[in-house]
Design a protein around this ligand. Structure first.
Ligand code: MG
Length: 273
């Protein structure tokens, strides 16, 4: 897809994410909208995956470490064709649904790793990347992690190990939106100097606008060209991006749009495809 198509897809995924939270009456729309442009670029431009064969051994791997943002993930899988017909009503978080409140690998086609218990994605991705090297596979491992999530200590065990194993088949996106569920990052952990911290761990590090599709594409190309090191792409994102009433408003970390807010979302994000 070209840049304009990826942008349109990102907004369509945003609308689907809001739709499933609205209909399911529960979920995390702000964190989902924050990463829509990254997810659109990965699923519709970058990743070597096959919806007909979700377990294909040579596929690129994807881990949504900040699992609560899963509405955008489910929207991408549906649009990509993992479920045959595109899903109209996801029944998000309903009892027995395949679209749980956090991704479950044995329940939902296309989900490579269960997540939601924060902090685990980078370490698990490191394991997948080591396996790829060991088996002489060409696949890459992509992980999306939150900036608040990086406070989990296990993240840094994975970051340390990935550098030590020279995992240049691993690319981590940090959704640097400045917020976590309890408030601003600056108030919880202080400085949000993520790029410098990864550099100190000997990673190839870039910092970009996480809503600029061309910048995302270019950063991925740079990351793949950087040999001998794992890569981080620190993405400056706006939590709730795409809906003015949701942007940078942490009340939407977890929240359900009213009927009026839902209609506004359809108006702003609708007709996107
Ligand atoms: Mg955040």
């Amino acid at each position: 897809m070209n840049t304009a198509e990826l942008k349109r897809m990102a907004n369509h995924l945003r609308l689907l994410a809001v739709d499933m939270v609205y209909k399911g009456k529960d979920g995390h729309p702000g964190p989902a909208l924050s990463i829509a442009d990254i997810v659109s670029t990965l699923f519709f431009d970058e990743m070597n995956i096959n919806p007909e064969d979700p377990q294909w051994e040579d596929r690129d791997r994807f881990i949504l470490s900040k699992g609560h943002a899963c509405p955008i993930y489910y929207a991408a899988l549906s649009e990509k064709g993992y479920f045959g017909e595109k899903i109209k009503d996801f029944k998000l978080r309903a009892l027995g649904t395949v679209f749980q409140g956090h991704p479950v690998m044995n329940k939902t086609k296309g989900v490579d790793m269960t997540s939601g218990s924060l902090g685990n994605g980078i370490s698990i991705g490191t394991g997948m990347a080591i396996a790829g090297k060991y088996k002489k596979k060409d696949y890459n491992v992509f992980v999306i992690v939150g900036d608040g999530e990086l406070q989990e200590g296990v993240c840094w065990e994975g970051i340390n190990s990935a550098a030590g194993h020279n995992l240049d088949n691993m690319i981590v996106f940090v959704d640097k939106n400045g917020w976590q569920s309890g408030g601003p990052i600056e108030e919880t952990i202080g400085s949000n100097n993520i790029k410098e911290r990864f550099e100190a761990f000997q990673w190839h590090a870039q910092e970009i606008d996480g809503h600029d599709i061309d910048a995302i594409k270019e950063a991925i190309a740079n990351a793949k060209a950087a040999k001998g090191k794992p890569s981080v792409i620190v993405c400056n994102c706006v939590k709730g991006k795409g809906l003015p009433y949701m942007e940078n408003n942490n009340a939407w970390h977890k929240g359900v749009p009213t009927d009026e807010q839902y209609e506004e979302a359809v108006k702003i994000l609708g007709g996107a495809e």
